[in-house]
Design a protein around this ligand. Structure first.
Ligand code: GLU
Length: 164
């Protein structure tokens, strides 16, 4: 079972640039996390974007949709910033016959106390077991993008009643 991970940036990949005194999106962290975990499932990693998700445009979202549609794998993880993850997931709704899981991290994957390894591990398990469709994996849960929001105060995802 081949899994493709498409990376788009977000805090999971952020690095600290000392000279600028700011965090910027760096190279994808997923390979390091998978290698540390000794993950033996076949996974290819495609770096598509390096953006904070607040800066993503409609064209970026269209590019993510194209990459998912073009992928030869039927099981795809998209790593993405959490702020607009729901918006991107909703644009992928028309893709059929593929299991697509979006995940990311609230703390940079390079930090030892980051949530990135937990979230990526759960996404790898979820993408292998879920039926075709689009999902968000965060905070130890699998969410339907139509029924989830990021609670900015509590800094976590939570289910909503009605459709987004
Ligand atoms: N602004 C960041 C983003 O959405 C929020 C943190 C994160 O990546 O989850 O890219």
């Amino acid at each position: 079972m081949q899994i493709e991970i498409i990376t788009t940036g977000g805090t999971i990949d952020k690095v600290y640039f000392d000279a600028k005194g700011a965090y910027e999106v760096g190279p994808p962290m997923v390979e390091q996390i998978l290698s540390r975990a000794r993950a033996s499932v076949p996974i290819t990693v495609t770096q598509l974007l390096r953006k904070d998700s607040l800066e993503m445009t409609d064209a970026d979202r269209a590019a993510i949709g194209e990459a998912v549609s073009r992928s030869r794998s039927a099981r795809i993880i998209v790593t993405h910033g959490t702020d607009t993850m729901v918006a991107t997931a909703l644009t992928l709704g028309g893709i059929s016959g593929k299991t697509v899981v979006l995940t990311g991290a609230l703390e940079p994957g390079r930090f030892t106390d980051s949530d990135a390894p937990f979230n990526l591990g759960m996404a790898v398990a979820a993408v292998q077991t879920l039926a075709p469709g689009v999902y968000i994996v965060a905070n130890g849960q699998v969410f339907d993008p139509k029924r989830v929001r990021k609670n900015l105060e509590l800094n976590r995802f939570e289910a909503t009643e009605g459709p987004n």
